[in-house]
Ligand binder design. Structure first.
Ligand code: TXA
Ligand code: MG
Length: 327
């Protein structure tokens, strides 16, 4: 006897409104795109994004692709140079992701972009993805809907096999037509191919009328997972981080975790708590925004309370160690 599935599954036509409601409530929704199934979350909801990393079992917070319904929605979030406009005009909607500078006031959660100043954007062409994005009317971050280390899913059944019980909803739109993840091109300067994918390089070069630059090794993504900590544009605090702090030294700021504060916390020049309840999902959702908030106004040292290593704690500690080791 097999156990009944825990995650609900709808046929596409019936599912759009339900899926949009679920996203608005902070839920995780797997949906088909023309490339692979994505695991969607409200891009503006850091807590939903943290749940997404947890559901995938990702050891690190890779930056995610934000999906939007059309180019105008993308232009509200990021800056398009002439090449980006050309590529978006030629290939959106479709299997092309553009990495672009984020606009000031970009509503996407810091956690979803892993603290980078750039953002990966995509307008999928799949009719189910299109109707979901239109109904939700906000950006949806969606990595491939598989457990970390597994291949990307191209059917709803693949998604269920990997993620049943870990996500809220699967929209079944049949097999995905492309079956390969999107091609990722950075338009931060000279356009560069970051990940080969569903849109061939030649098609892109024809539109640009020149060869695509080779991405610098530090920006490699795709099968070799991106290590955002090695990117020069990665979040780089000005303040020093003192990790596993049991007490606060006068003059330090405090990044706290849990209900019991470090000794001397009341003397901290500034304090934020990642999660007063000691909840790692909440802590992950708060990590980058709290660090940014503390890292200013002349603060020299941020004492960081110990974070447990299990669950999302591993990734939180990975990012804290990178940030602490920057000088
Ligand atoms: O076809 C696809 O792109 C699918 C569907 C669901 O849209 N999504 C997908 O997402 O493949 P994911 O998370 O598996 O891969 C996203 C890639 C990662 O390699 C990530 O490092 C890179 O995009 N990425 C995201 N934001 C970036 C940024 N700002 N700079 C450089 N790379 C970025
Ligand atoms: Mg993937």
């Amino acid at each position: 006897m097999t156990a009944p599935p825990k995650t609900r599954m709808f046929r596409a036509e019936a599912a759009t409104a339900e899926a949009a409601r679920c996203l608005a409530a902070g839920g995780l929704v797997a949906f088909p795109t023309e490339t692979v199934y994505g695991l969607g979350a409200d891009a503006t909801n850091a807590r939903a994004v943290a749940r997404l990393y947890e559901a995938k079992g990702r050891p690190t917070f890779n930056p995610l692709i934000a999906h939007v319904v059309h180019r105008a929605a993308a232009q509200a979030i990021a800056q398009f140079n002439a090449d980006a406009l050309l590529l978006a005009g030629a290939f959106w909607p479709g299997p092309l992701t553009l990495v672009l500078p984020r606009r000031e006031g970009c509503p996407v959660a810091e956690l979803a972009v892993a603290g980078l100043n750039s953002i990966a954007l995509r307008v999928p062409s799949h009719p189910v993805a299109q109707s979901l994005l239109a109904a939700f009317a906000k950006p949806v971050v969606a990595p491939s809907a598989n457990r970390s280390g597994h291949v990307s899913p191209t059917t709803a059944a693949h998604v269920r096999a990997d993620l049943d019980g870990r996500i809220d909803l699967i929209v079944d739109g049949g097999a995905t037509p492309v079956g390969l993840e999107s091609t990722i091109v950075a338009c931060l300067g000279e356009p560069a191919l970051l990940r080969p994918g569903g849109l061939p390089r030649e098609a892109i070069e024809r539109v640009l009328q020149r060869p695509l630059a080779v991405a610098p090794a530090s920006a490699a993504v795709g099968h070799r997972p991106l290590a955002p900590g090695r990117l020069t544009s990665h979040y780089a605090p000005h303040a020093l981080l003192r990790l596993d702090a049991q007490s606060v030294v006068p003059g330090e700021a405090l990044l706290a975790f849990g209900p019991v504060l470090a000794a001397g916390a009341s003397h901290a020049v500034r304090m934020f708590n990642l999660s007063e309840r000691g909840d790692l999902v909440e802590a992950a959702a708060n990590l980058f925004s709290h660090l940014r908030a503390l890292d200013g106004a002349g603060i020299k040292i941020i004492a960081v309370m110990p974070i447990p290593h299990q669950g999302l704690g591993e990734a939180i500690n990975d990012r804290l160690i990178r940030a602490a080791a920057r000088r």
